[in-house]
Design a binder for this molecule. Structure first.
Ligand code: ADP
Ligand code: MG
Length: 144
C-alpha cells in the first residue's frame, strides 16, 4: 500500500448538527493524519468548480445550493490507502444504504445532505486537494 492524500469536507448539514469532533475522531481512528484544514463558506462559483464533474446532472443545482448554504470544514488527510480508507469510513453516498458505523449512516440526513465528502480516486484527490490548498499549506509530520 502507498501513502496517499485525500480531500475531505464536512458539509453544512453536519456543521449544523455540531458533529465536527465526532467525524474527525473517525478519521484519526482510521489512522488518517490531517495535514491541512480550514473553515470556508463556499460561494456559487467555488462550489460549482469543485463539483464540475457533476455539471449537467439532475442534482447539480440543488447540490451547489446546499454546499453554499452554510460553512464547511475542508481538510486533507494523509495515510496508507487514504482515499479508499476515508471513503470506507464515510459510507455509501445515500445514508439509507450506508453500513452501520459509518459517518453517513450516523450523521447523514439524505442522499444530498450526507455529512461528508471524500475524493474517489488518485486523480480526483490531486485535483481536489489543489483546488482548496496551496502546497505550502500541507504540513509534514516530523515523526512520520
Ligand atoms: P460521493 O459524495 O459519494 O462521491 P457523488 O460524487 O456521486 O457521491 O455525488 C456528489 C454529491 O452529490 C453527493 O455526496 C451528494 O451530496 C450529492 N448527490 C449525489 N447523488 C445525488 C442524488 N441522487 N440526489 C441528490 N444529491 C445527490
Ligand atoms: Mg464523488
Amino acid at each position: 500500500m502507498a501513502v496517499e492524500r485525500t480531500l475531505g469536507v464536512i458539509k453544512p448539514d453536519a456543521l449544523e448538527k455540531g458533529v465536527i469532533g465526532e467525524i474527525l475522531k473517525r478519521a484519526e481512528d482510521a489512522n488518517l493524519k490531517m495535514i491541512a484544514c480550514k473553515m470556508a463558506k463556499l460561494d456559487k462559483k467555488r462550489a460549482e468548480g469543485f463539483y464540475a464533474v457533476h455539471k449537467g446532472k439532475s442534482f447539480f443545482d440543488s447540490l451547489v445550493t446546499f454546499m453554499t448554504s452554510g460553512p464547511v470544514l475542508i481538510f486533507t488527510l494523509e495515510g496508507e490507502n487514504a482515499i479508499k480508507t476515508w471513503r470506507g469510513v464515510m459510507g455509501a453516498t445515500n445514508p439509507e444504504e450506508a453500513a452501520d458505523g459509518t459517518i453517513r449512516k450516523d450523521f447523514g440526513t439524505n442522499v444530498e445532505r450526507n455529512a461528508v465528502h471524500g475524493s474517489d480516486a488518485p486523480e480526483t484527490a490531486k485535483f481536489e486537494v489543489s483546488y482548496f490548498f496551496e502546497n505550502h499549506e500541507l504540513v509534514s509530520y516530523e515523526w512520520m
